[in-house]
Every structure is written in C-alpha cells, then in structure tokens.
Design a protein around this ligand. Structure first.
Ligand SMILES: [Zn+2]
Length: 408
C-alpha cells in the first residue's frame, strides 16, 4: 500500500523532454582525471583508499577530503552533512555516527522545490572486517568517479545557466533549464556483522526517512527532496577489469540504454583506455601492419552495459540489496550500475588500490561524465577540442541533433 501510494505521488520526468546528444568532438574532449586517480598519490582517489569505518578516524579523514574537494574544486555547490546515529550488532550498545555528504548544484534562479535533479550516488564507508579492508571498488573508486564527473561538467553548467538567464528562458518555467545535479556520498552501507535490514544501509535509510519528512513549500512542483530526484544513479563495485552490468529496472531502462549508447560511441571512437583497440594498446608490429595494409585488425571489443536491447524479458528489479532500497521503496527512479557477477575481490583484502584496473576506473569516469553531460544538456557548453579523436576513428565531429527521451 505504502509503496504504491508513493509511486502515484512520485512525479514522472517531464514528458517529451528533449536534449542534444554529445557530439564526437565533445566526447573526445571530455577531461581525463590525469594523475588524480593515481592510487598512491592521486588528489581525488588516493585519500579515499584508507579504512573508513563509521566511528573511526578514517571516516572523519575521508569526510574532510570530500569537503575540501568541494571547497576548492566545486565552490558553487551547496554542501551539507546529514547526520544520524545508530547502534550496530558489534558496537556494544554504543551509538556510531553516520554522516552522509549531500552536495547540490541547482540553477541560480531555482526556487525551493522547483528543481528536478540527477543524483549521483555511492557509499564511502568501508567494511569493518577483515581488519584493514580498503574497499577500492567498494566504493572508493565510484566516489572518485563521481567527483571527477561533477568537476568535469561544472564550468559547462555555469556557462549554460548564464546563457539561459541571459535569454530569459527560465521565465517560462523551462523544465530543461530547471535541472540540477546532486551528489550523495552515503555512509554506513556495509553491514557490521551480517547483512540484514537493520544491519546495513545505515546512512541511506536515515537520509531517505529524513527527506520523506522534509516537505517543500505547499505549491512546489516537487513535494520533497526525494521527489526532486529524477534519477538516482547508484555506482557500486566499479573499478575491476571487464565488468558486465545488467539493466535491473524496467522503468529506467531508457536511461540505461542512453548510457549504453554512449559506451558504444566511446568505443567506436576509440576513447576508452581499457579497450584492446585503444591506440595505446596497439603494438608496434600492429602499427606496421596498419601502415602496410591500411587496415588494422580489430580485437574483440568488450561491452560493459550488456543489456541495451533487453526487451520485456526478466527484470531483476531489487534483487541486489544496496543503497537504493530505501529510496526505491519511496518511489524514486533507480539506475543501478553494479556488475553481475561482482568483482573477484569483493569483500576480500585485495579489494585495494593495487588491484584496481586504472584504465577501467578512468573509462567509467569518462562514461559517467558523458552521461551527466548529456543528461544536463551540455552539448555546446562542454569544451570542444578535436585533438582527442583517436587515429582511425573515421568519423567527423558533427552535431547529432535532438533526440526525444521516451518516458516509461
Ligand atoms: Zn561492500
């Protein structure tokens, strides 16, 4: 009953919302994280690769890292911390602190309750056992990927919104212009003893409950911060080589398909570094072969989002329990980017920086940045520098034109 009631209340995305797909030139110009993803010294990723169990100093250190990132790299974002406490099965009756970091960037003219948001979500806590567990894929790398994506589109958002203000589009209640971007870095995802409904998702449960009670002004388009979430894009267990990520939810399959299309385009443009066909992976001899024959034998290209063409088949739905559950139960639309099967290192000591695949982490960052750029309709506002287009990509940068999002 409760679930269906909320589903009815939950506003759907505006129908016939249109956006421009990103051009090839824009895709080729997406910023690389460079050394920021270096697992030992990288400014974004390395500080997260420490044990960060709730209630321990590591938790606080990583929180400071995130807050410092927003203060120095994304100063236009509104950053808050949502706090709760809870005992756990292993805390001996002591209440542990759980701190979700909520960062939001809305259009400058946005009134409270009038902005729908794309929410990029990952958990930053690490599992308490085995002792010293790092959780590089779980979910240090996803946190870093999200921060990089946000930084990569930040200036483009400024440019777009300045342009919209100058042309007064927002005066007409333009829904496209009213899109915001949000980052949820959630705490307490991991169980302390064994996974149950009460020993897991401490941060997500608290945030979803609080936002359910936080009502926007009565005449608002969006009833509360939960209904402002157009899409809850949850990243988890990313950073190991050769992931395969199914489409879990029928109602957001259109968004999954949009991301799969971007993956396919990035691959055909040879912009994904983990691809065996990326220019950096070509051997000297294969370059010679190309020079002689004018054609390079293409190695089999992997696909990460394997279910772009999934029809009315079997939908796994909420079979994988993760931070989306308290939001799903309240009618929020979920796109869950988690591989099946899980990485081999899952919940093992070697889920650490050394066992991340650097190219794969960077490629996820590229793909998520592209998805965010397209969702936020930033073609023409992101940097365009065609020198990144791979040799042999065989395509001219072009404006792809408008495409209609089909809502379900
Ligand atoms: Zn985990």
């Amino acid at each position: 009953m409760l679930l269906s009631a909320f589903l009815l209340l939950s506003p759907f995305l505006p129908n016939a919302l249109t956006y421009n797909t990103l051009s090839n030139t824009t895709l080729a110009s997406l910023p690389s994280p460079g050394t920021d993803f270096d697992v030992r010294t990288g400014a974004i990723l390395a500080p997260i690769l420490v044990p960060r169990v709730p209630g321990t100093p590591g938790q606080t250190t990583v929180q400071h890292h995130f807050l410092n990132f927003f203060r120095t790299q994304l100063p236009k974002w509104n950053v808050t911390m949502q706090n709760s406490t809870s005992t756990t099965p292993t805390s001996g009756g002591k209440k542990l602190p759980f701190v979700n970091i909520v960062a939001t960037r809305d259009p400058p003219w946005a009134k409270e309750g009038e902005t729908g948001r794309l929410s990029l979500v990952a958990h930053y806590d690490s599992k308490s056992t085995p002792e010293g567990f790092i959780g590089a894929t779980d979910s240090a790398a996803p946190c870093a990927i999200i921060l990089h994506a946000a930084r990569s589109v930040d200036e483009a958002l400024t440019r777009k919104w300045t342009n919209v203000e100058a042309s007064h589009d927002m005066a007409f209640g333009d829904m496209e212009g009213n899109m915001g971007l949000q980052i949820l870095l959630l705490d307490g995802e991991e169980a302390f003893q064994s996974w149950t409904h009460t020993d897991s998702l401490y941060g997500a449960r608290s945030l979803a409950e609080e936002w359910e009670r936080t009502l926007n002004p009565a005449t608002s388009t969006f009833r509360n911060p939960l209904s402002s979430i157009d899409l809850f894009l949850l990243l988890d267990l990313l950073g190991a080589k050769n992931p395969t990520v199914p489409s879990y939810f029928r109602t957001t399959h259109w968004a999954y398909a949009a991301m799969a299309s971007l993956e396919s385009r990035l691959r055909s443009l040879q912009l994904l570094k983990s691809s065996p066909n990326h220019p950096s992976k070509r051997s000297v001899s294969s370059r010679g072969e190309r020079a002689r024959n004018g054609n390079l034998h293409q190695r089999k290209e992997p696909i990460w989002l394997t279910e772009a063409n999934k029809g009315e088949g079997r939908w796994l739905g909420g079979m994988i329990e993760d931070d989306h559950l308290p939001f799903l139960a309240r009618g929020v639309e979920i796109l869950h980017l988690i591989p099946t099967p899980f990485p081999r290192v899952w919940h093992e000591m070697d889920d650490d920086g050394e066992h991340l695949d650097g190219d794969t982490v960077e490629d996820w960052a590229t793909l998520i940045t592209a998805f965010v750029g397209e969702w936020m309709d930033l073609e023409g506002y992101l940097p365009m520098d065609s020198k990144g287009l791979g040799e042999g990509a065989g395509v001219e940068a072009r404006h792809v034109g408008e495409r209609e999002r089909t809502e379900l």
